[in-house]
Design a protein around this ligand. Structure first.
Ligand code: ZN
Length: 259
């Protein structure tokens, strides 16, 4: 699933293809905006906010998209046939490039002045200019009885963390995912660890949290159930946490993350 680093890179890729060029085609394949037409408007920029993408165009409009579970923006030279077929939700193209959004979980067109309606609820973004670890920690601690594993996925506390960075962050922090946030110690340190991992991977297509590029060694715990912990040799556990439909896989080392 795309997390903050992937969304950040996607925004950069869209920016390189679309920024400063007038659109010669816009094709919204969602019922709500099927008749929208941005042809002739210049794209100003695409910003990422947690897992959300905001493509701002001339005339005070913003295209809001979200990759959700498995969406993607594919960028290709104009005119080239692009895969996607029925899964395409939005095409934005100019004379040189086409950006094709497939399996997008959200496609909205709104006034740039109204962006707060779609991203205003989000907590600080570790990769954003407004990153504020104290505020993120404060928001996590607003519900001190909730497990830290569940809390880290709450986009209202901090925006951009998914199941991979949750598991890896908690391993590095040495904290069990089931420990209540209020008993997790220095929560600001935890969110800074998450920021460090996202920061280290934001320009890197092959995600790694260990720094080890060898196959099977790029992650400390995520996806390694039943295998030996790279730090202590203990067996990595796997479980599910959170109320449905938020229930998502968690991986952790019982020895390195006691409790
Ligand atoms: Zn371990």
């Amino acid at each position: 699933m795309p997390e903050g680093d992937v969304v950040y890179r996607t925004a950069r890729r869209l920016g390189r293809a679309l920024d400063g060029r007038p659109l010669n085609r816009s094709d919204f394949r969602v019922p709500r905006h099927a008749t929208a037409d941005l042809t002739g408007r210049t794209v100003l920029e695409t910003a990422s906010r947690g897992k959300h993408l905001l493509t701002r165009v001339e005339g005070g409009l913003t295209v809001h998209t979200h990759l959700r579970m498995d969406g993607a923006w594919n960028v290709a030279p104009a005119g080239r046939r692009t895969p996607g077929g029925d899964l395409v939700r939005l095409v934005l193209a100019n004379a040189e490039w086409q950006a094709v959004g497939v399996r997008l979980g959200m496609v909205d067109l709104l006034a740039t002045d109204d962006e707060h309606r779609v991203v205003g609820h989000l907590g600080p973004d570790p990769l954003g200019p407004d990153w504020d670890p104290q505020k993120a920690a404060r928001r996590l601690l607003e519900n001190p009885g909730r497990s830290i594993g569940e809390a880290l996925l709450d986009q209202r506390a901090l925006a951009g963390i998914g199941t991979i960075y949750r598991a890896e962050t908690l391993f590095l922090a040495g904290i069990s995912p089931w420990r209540p946030v209020g008993e997790a110690g220095d929560v600001e340190r935890v969110v800074e660890l998450a920021r460090g991992l996202l920061e280290a991977n934001k320009e890197r297509p092959e995600r790694t949290t260990t720094g080890d590029p060898r196959p099977g060694r790029g992650m400390w715990v995520y996806g390694r159930a039943g295998r030996p912990c790279l730090r202590c040799g203990g067996r990595i556990g796997r479980g599910e946490m959170g109320a449905q439909p938020q229930e998502r896989l968690i991986y952790w080392c019982r020895r390195c993350q006691p409790g």
